[in-house]
Design a protein around this ligand. Sequence first.
Ligand code: SF4
Ligand code: SF4
Length: 154
Amino acid sequence: MPTFVYMTSCDGCGHCVDICPSDIMHIDPTYRRAYNIEPNMCWECYSCVKACPQNAIDCRGYADFAPLGHSVRVRREEEKGTVSWKVKFRDGREKNFESPIRTTPWGSIKSPQEYEAPNMADLKSEELAHEPEGLNIEGGLPALSPDKFKVGGV
Ligand code: SF4
Ligand code: SF4
């Protein structure tokens, strides 16, 4: 479900612009408010919803699960650390979901500049950044060795 912005709630802070991985949240040059320039290209990641301090971003429900007369509302509740969803079907049924915004405190993740500069030798490594410690694996990534292959087919 792509997002849209309530322009009367938006204050133009630009957090959604900074965080959108699809680069489709833009600030209107005339009104200085954010808008989704291309809903078809929305990843539906809701990073913008989670980042918006004004609760100015909402989403449009898909017609297959929330047809005519429906409403789908998403709301960031920072004090609870959650994102809440309220889905209203046209027959009056309502479903409410709540999910955590993140598992670490807001602002606690280091920015790339705070990490050590990359080592050129790492270019030859098969490990990605922060592997294996980021995966909580001790002793390196699991790998196949010839003695683990079955011989003979059964
Ligand atoms: Fe961008 Fe994700 Fe928001 Fe879509 S849901 S506008 S991709 S941040
Ligand atoms: Fe507007 Fe919210 Fe985007 Fe800030 S994060 S520009 S308030 S929609």
